[in-house]
Design a protein around this ligand. Sequence first.
Ligand SMILES: C[S@@+](CC[C@H](N)C(=O)[O-])C[C@H]1O[C@@H](n2cnc3c(N)ncnc32)[C@H](O)[C@@H]1O
Length: 189
Amino acid sequence: MSFYSLSQEERIQLTEAAIRDGGTLRSRWEALADGEAKPWTARSARAAELLGPVESVLDVGCGTMGLEPLLQTQRYVPSDVVARDERTIVRDYNREGPPPVQVEAVAVLGVLEYLLDPEGFMRQLQADKAVVTYCTTDSPSPLEPRRSHAWVNDMDTATVEQMFARAGWTIRSDEQLDGAQRIWLLTRT
Ligand SMILES: C[S@@+](CC[C@H](N)C(=O)[O-])C[C@H]1O[C@@H](n2cnc3c(N)ncnc32)[C@H](O)[C@@H]1O
């Protein structure tokens, strides 16, 4: 059963229970609803443009891998809490952090919202460049209530940017991607 077939109240309860347990709401991700990934294509397209040509890309929380065909890269490394294909490095970032893979660039698209320690996660990435999206609480049309989307943290733009700095990243560009989310291009400080 897909997460969004549950009532809003049920979704909030499941998310709050996952936060209390310090774990990941895996059931949210095992069955992606039909068409759920469709709106993520525009985000992937902008992310690929911002990255430009790169030798290698680690796609954390790769989902349906809409990013892969848009990238200019020799080496695409997908990772997720669910095996999306035979290449996927399966890892629960809330328990194990990101995969210890050295790459030129990492894509963190629609993932930080689900992480209990986004700063620790960003710090551990082994890459020179990152493209990151996040649904900030101060976006023009924030998606509320956040727990009903399985989001476990609540940061405004300033808080996200301070978190990047503490995790060892410098902001090269940032823009509002749509009504709900921003996108940043980062390099290692
Ligand atoms: C909103 S989808 C984004 C998918 C993809 N990045 C895109 O933009 O099309 C979030 C993805 O992160 C993965 N994910 C969520 N929590 C995770 C965790 N704790 N560890 C690893 N992957 C996780 C989910 O399985 C899902 O594929």
